[in-house]
Ligand binder design. Structure first.
Ligand SMILES: Nc1ncnc2c1ncn2[C@@H]1O[C@H](COP(=O)(O)OP(=O)(O)OP(=O)(O)O)[C@@H](O)[C@H]1O
Length: 260
């Protein structure tokens, strides 16, 4: 399998806090991988560095063999590395299709203020095709604000793919999605991304989701990688069970008001 992104000894500090260190990861074309780790483990710092939101303190990030360290986010996005955030970045008062058209307009280099002039039948067709890929074309004319959270998140992630990225980072895609919706939501999402061979790395706290949808898992602990490999192996690793999954159990109990 072709390695598309590789990090070498990646490190980021905030004053005395070492948020991430010695991060060595290889991501292959089209692969799906989950990232686990309790709060403060360094997951977001890692994603922020490879997507250009945060410069590393040291280390290297190679995309198709070329360094992307120091490039602005916009250039990294253009190269094919995109992301979505935990909270959907949508215009709630606009329709789904208008949100998509704004994302497409920006990806095409036009200013959103000139969107009306920039929208062509081809662009609308492209927006509908993207919505269709994520199974949400029937919501096109609905206002985003009235949609269920799972649909809203699919719109947000569909928008993150307007530039047809080769590599997509998703920060807790299932957060805020109801327990009933989660499995179907992830099924739709992963199928849509696989249909275009997009490599996807998703941060996730729900181990059932990780086990179901991710063949490979990277476990972060205290800013570094504790384990990286096939999901069953990583989730059975003693240290991962003690330091990562144990932490997730307590986190879940607290949020669900269960046993502490
Ligand atoms: N901008 C910042 N300034 C100072 N410290 C930061 C900053 N961003 C992150 N940190 C610290 O870096 C460490 C790693 O944080 P990070 O957000 O990467 O963890 P995480 O694994 O994504 O956690 P979560 O699951 O809560 O999102 C934490 O100790 C955090 O407090």
């Amino acid at each position: 399998m072709t390695v598309i992104l590789e990090t070498r000894a990646l490190k980021r500090t905030f004053g005395a806090v070492v948020a991430a260190h010695n991060i060595n990861i290889q991501i292959h074309a089209g692969e799906v991988m989950g990232v686990i780790g309790s709060n403060g483990a360094g997951k977001t710092t890692f994603v922020n560095m490879v997507t250009g939101y945060l410069p590393p303190s040291s280390g290297e990030i190679l995309y198709h063999g070329d360094s992307v360290v120091g490039l602005p986010t916009r250039d990294i996005t253009r190269k094919g590395i995109c992301r979505s955030f935990q909270i959907p970045q949508l215009f709630a008062e606009l329709t789904v299709i208008d949100n998509m058209l704004i994302a497409l307009t920006i990806a095409n280099g036009a200013r959103p203020a000139l969107m009306r002039r920039a929208v062509t039948p081809e662009l609308e067709e492209r927006a509908m095709a993207l919505l269709d890929r994520f199974g949400i074309a029937h919501h096109a004319q609905r206002e985003v604000g009235v949609l269920a959270q799972g649909v809203r998140k699919l719109v947000d992630i569909a928008m993150a793919t307007v530039a047809e990225p080769q590599l997509l980072f998703l920060d807790e895609p299932t957060s805020g999605v109801s327990a009933d919706e989660k499995m179907d939501f992830m099924g739709t999402l992963i199928a849509a991304l696989k249909s275009t061979q997009t490599a996807v790395l998703f941060i996730e706290h729900d181990m059932e989701i990780v086990e179901t949808f991710s063949p490979r898992v990277v476990a972060f602990y205290e800013g570094t990688i504790l384990a990286d490999g096939p999901t069953a192996e990583v989730l059975a690793n003693d240290k991962v069970r003690e330091f990562v999954i144990g932490g997730e159990f307590h986190r879940k109990s607290e949020t669900e008001g269960g046993v502490h």
